[in-house]
Design a protein around this ligand. Structure first.
Ligand code: FRU
Length: 480
């Protein structure tokens, strides 16, 4: 058998559990020098079931150390998605020895009868062990579906704020609490924009503008199925939160998709980050359409690269800007300079995970981009079409995976006013694309047939040289 973390398809710069099933990230929190990543996990199998909270810690968001299951499923409840907060001042009266403790707010899910309510667990030892709160559930509407609490400390109201989903109503509900135990309803948001499928995994985050002078709130909501690319996806709203209500901004750009690929879902942001650290998002790099059919062994599921978030305001209006976090693993750097008039040219070949930043002057080329060949018959194409002003990723030729809905070409609109740059993270089984200064993100699994890539630049039409200037980094595996 291949060495652990070196199996075919095993991501080298993204988190995946050593074994078994994983879906949503949960309880992202920074506490006493460690980033915590909890996650929806089946410790007993490689399909969803016996859902518990898995756990990993890191000091740089990239090198993760997996720990034993944090909150196990019981006969009575599955431990569905939720948050972890640092109870600095023992507001819950659950922290021992006058020390801050970690409080998890999760959805206790029951299949028979179908029921979901919000419950607490507490850790006195930096997330290593957890005890369920004796007064669970703390928030129950007596409805079958009511889940995925996103809880944060609201510094303006000096109280805890929860945003939680009523999936079939396409609504999120805001609640406030002084102690994480008594919750009072404040308001609801929705239905709005895309209301197909179910709404899941809401997350409200405060995001400073790129110049640091202002901030707005982003309300991010998972839609499954029926998102933009067909399966699971995430829309966001930008606006204000006055302590009671979220109000979507009237500026253009106040609604969008956090990611235009098929494989970014239930992303949430870190609580309790050190001052000055930008909001940081991690999502599940997968899609419910085929997540349980992927050919990865002995694990199933991986996370996106962590992304720093900022808000841009320009001639087009508002935009959410995502920047992948990779600095700690950037190794060898090479400049890329290319100028092509012919249809294709090879830029480089590699067997390592790679980060690329490219600034492109297309001259009179109409379509251009990169083809990532794993062998002559299998490739993923990342393209910009200037006629339609669309970014696309086409993985229909990338793999032999025949799971329905896996072969796909995803598309995102581009702005004629923003630069035509690309920023890519290429791992063994994924292609993450950030375009136009990170204002468009597109994440897709690829599962190619080999681990060697030949990266080709291509163009169509025109006769003038298309010019590319860029940088290429070899990324160090986080497992070595
Ligand atoms: C989203 C989701 C959540 C739920 C969890 C169960 O992927 O369906 O709504 O809490 O997964 O694992």
């Amino acid at each position: 058998a291949p060495a652990p973390y070196n199996e075919p398809f095993r991501p080298q710069v993204h988190f995946s559990p050593r074994e078994r099933w994983m879906n949503d990230p949960n309880g992202l929190v920074f506490f006493e020098g460690e980033y915590h990543l909890f996650f929806q996990h089946n410790p007993l199998g490689d399909t969803p079931g016996h859902i518990s909270w898995g756990h990993a810690v890191s000091t740089d968001l990239l090198h993760w150390h997996e720990l034993p299951v944090a909150i196990p499923a019981t006969d009575k409840e599955l431990v569905f998605t939720g948050s972890v907060v640092v109870d600095e001042k023992n507001s819950s009266h659950q922290c021992e020895n006058h020390q801050p403790c970690l409080v998890a707010i999760y959805t206790a899910h029951n299949d028979t009868p179908h029921h979901e309510a919000q419950a607490l667990a507490v850790s006195q030892d930096r997330g290593r062990t957890w005890k369920r709160f004796s007064g669970n559930p703390v928030l129950d509407r007596n409805v079958p579906e009511f889940r995925d609490p996103g809880v944060t400390w609201n510094d303006e109201t000096k109280s805890w704020l929860m945003v939680v989903s009523l999936p079939n109503d396409h609504k999120v509900v805001f609640y406030t609490s002084p102690d994480l135990i008594e919750w009072t309803e404040l308001s609801t948001f929705g239905p709005a924009a895309t209301v197909s499928g179910q709404w899941e995994c809401p997350n409200l985050l405060k995001i400073p503008t790129a110049d640091g002078k202002q901030s707005l709130y982003a309300l991010k909501i998972g839609v499954n199925p029926g998102s933009l690319q067909g399966g699971s996806g995430e829309q966001y709203f930008l606006g204000t939160f006055d302590g009671h209500h979220f109000t979507q901004s009237s500026d253009p750009g106040s609604h969008g998709w956090t990611d235009y690929g098929k494989d970014s879902y239930c992303a949430i942001s870190f609580n309790h980050l050190p001052a000055g650290e930008p909001p940081t998002l991690i999502g599940w790099m997968d899609d419910w359409q085929y997540a349980d059919k992927l050919p990865t062994v002995p694990w199933r599921g991986q996370m996106t690269i962590p992304r720093h978030l900022a808000l841009l305001k320009d001639a087009d209006g508002l935009a959410l800007q995502q920047t992948p976090v990779t600095a700690p693993i950037r190794a060898k750097s090479t400049s890329l300079v290319a100028s092509i008039t012919q249809p294709t040219t090879t830029l480089f070949t590699t067997d390592q995970p790679t980060e690329l930043t490219l600034t492109i002057d297309p001259a009179d080329a109409q379509t251009f981009g990169l083809r990532l060949y794993s062998d002559p018959a299998h490739w993923t194409e990342v393209a910009i079409d200037r006629t339609t002003m669309k970014l696309s990723t086409d993985r229909t030729h990338a793999t032999n995976i025949t799971a329905p809905d896996f072969p796909a070409r995803t598309e995102a609109p581009l702005s004629p006013n923003r630069p035509l740059d690309l920023h890519l993270i290429l791992d063994r089984s994924s292609v993450e694309v950030f375009a136009q200064n990170g204002t468009t993100a597109m994440t897709n699994l690829t599962m190619p047939t080999t681990q060697n890539l030949r990266v080709e630049l291509f163009r169509t039409q025109g006769t003038h040289p298309l010019k590319v200037i860029g940088q290429r980094w070899t990324l160090r595996s986080v497992w070595s």
